[in-house]
Write a protein that binds this ligand. Structure first.
Ligand code: NIG
Ligand code: FE
Length: 405
């Protein structure tokens, strides 16, 4: 039910990026309660339209609240020693095959209680919030037992209750093969399909299901079983695909109507076409590309040609992207992948929201939820151009100013 007397707040003289484009002239924005209620060019604005509204800000760049559509924020421990090993020349795959990598975070996460995981994850979440995130996705995938995967998803949901942020959750049971299933990958996939997915769906702990389709992850045939189970339980589909090699995981996910295929450095034209036909979003993860010192670039030009929307996310995780700074991701997407600043910002707002199946978010539009960021910069491109903490003047979540300075 709409509030009888919603709080009305007005922002004047804004340089406004609406999630897809920059307004050509200074704008006025009215928020009523939880929603954006009015948008006018400054020179056409009649104050009578916003009678009784409190002026909450003047000047600066207003963008939608940032949407981080791919994170592994919940985990225990750290992998600083693997970072050093990789600097000495050991590859991510070699570390994984020797029982490190994802499995090392699995050991630490299994040993942690829910409260310990909350305590470990909150500083990372707070860093994202302080840099403008108002919606994020959090994956499981460091539990790899029914109990531990559900534990991670509960922690993710609780994080969304502890802070003013929207959290969507993704079951990533097929992240790595746990050691107790060595040589029995198909049996583990059965556990994911027959126990984890039904339990997560039944308890409403997961919004989507993800897989790691890769030589060191799961085969396309195994991923397909998981997509079928996800669909049967009404859950959306995502895939870590074409990160280290081209197995056709993105096209397979597209065949099942995936919201997104993520990483995709090794994606080929057939995969791009399949994604375009299915309406899947390409989620680019420049943090992982940077940390792994990858050299194979995602097929940006083909994605543009086929008009596949490109999102940009942090992939915040203890291995390939221990980075909780979305504005750095905008910069890396431009410097490493040659996205334009506008593409990078759309990638962290409108297109990221689509990658979560929440197209009403990530936009500044009349009627949309008032999740917004007011930045102390002169033009939106500066967000990608300069890497500098502390530029967020106000963060507005669901109509409420949660950070201000
Ligand atoms: O998105 N590719 C697989 N999963 C993560 C890495 C997780 C980890 O190394 O802990 C990724 O890069
Ligand atoms: Fe990831």
């Amino acid at each position: 039910m709409p509030l009888a007397n919603p709080v009305r707040r007005l922002w004047r003289d804004l340089s406004l990026f609406d999630g897809l484009a920059q307004s050509p002239e200074p704008m006025v924005m009215l928020v009523e309660g939880e929603r954006i209620a009015g948008l006018w060019p400054e020179r056409e604005f009649d104050p009578a339209l916003a009678a009784g509204a409190e002026e909450a800000g003047r000047g600066g760049v207003m963008t939608p609240g940032l949407v981080d559509c791919h994170t592994h924020l919940v985990y225990a421990g750290d992998r600083a020693h693997e970072f050093e090993q990789r600097l000495e020349g050991v590859s991510y795959e070699q570390i994984a095959k020797a029982g490190g990598g994802i499995l090392s975070s699995v050991r630490a996460t299994r040993a942690a209680s829910e409260d310990e995981l909350i305590a470990a994850s909150l500083p990372r979440l707070d860093a994202l919030l302080a840099d403008g995130v108002t919606t994020l996705e959090i994956k499981s995938g460091y539990g790899l037992t029914l109990v531990d995967e559900l534990k991670m998803l509960r922690v993710a949901r609780r994080l969304g209750e502890l802070r003013p942020v929207r959290v969507t959750t993704t079951l990533l049971g097929a992240h790595a093969l746990p050691p107790e299933y060595a040589g029995r990958a198909d049996d583990y996939v059965s556990l994911v399909c027959d126990e984890m997915i039904p339990a997560a769906a039944e308890a409403r702990l997961a919004d989507a299901v993800d897989v790691f389709c890769e030589g060191i992850g799961f085969s396309p045939a195994q991923c397909e079983r998981i997509f079928q189970a996800a669909k049967a339980h009404g859950l959306a589909i995502k895939a870590h695909a074409e990160q280290l090699s081209n197995l056709g995981g993105s096209a397979l996910a597209a065949k099942y109507g995936a919201l997104s295929a993520d990483h995709i450095e090794y994606l080929d034209e057939a995969g791009v076409r399949a994604m375009a036909e299915a309406g899947s979003v390409a989620v680019l993860l420049p943090g992982a590309f940077h940390v792994l010192r990858e050299t194979q670039l995602p097929p940006i030009e083909l994605l543009r040609q086929y008009q596949v929307p490109m999102a940009v996310a942090s992939d915040a995780n203890p291995g390939t992207s221990p980075i909780c700074m979305p504005s750095l991701m905008a910069n890396l997407a431009c410097t490493l992948f040659r996205l334009t600043p506008r593409e990078a910002l759309s990638g962290m707002t409108a297109h990221a929201a689509r990658a979560l199946g929440r197209p009403e978010l990530g936009r500044i539009a009349v009627g949309a939820p008032a999740d917004l960021c007011l930045w102390d910069i002169r033009q939106p491109a500066e967000l990608a151009y300069a890497v500098q903490a502390g530029r967020l003047r106000q963060r507005i979540f669901n109509g409420v100013i949660t950070h201000a300075r």
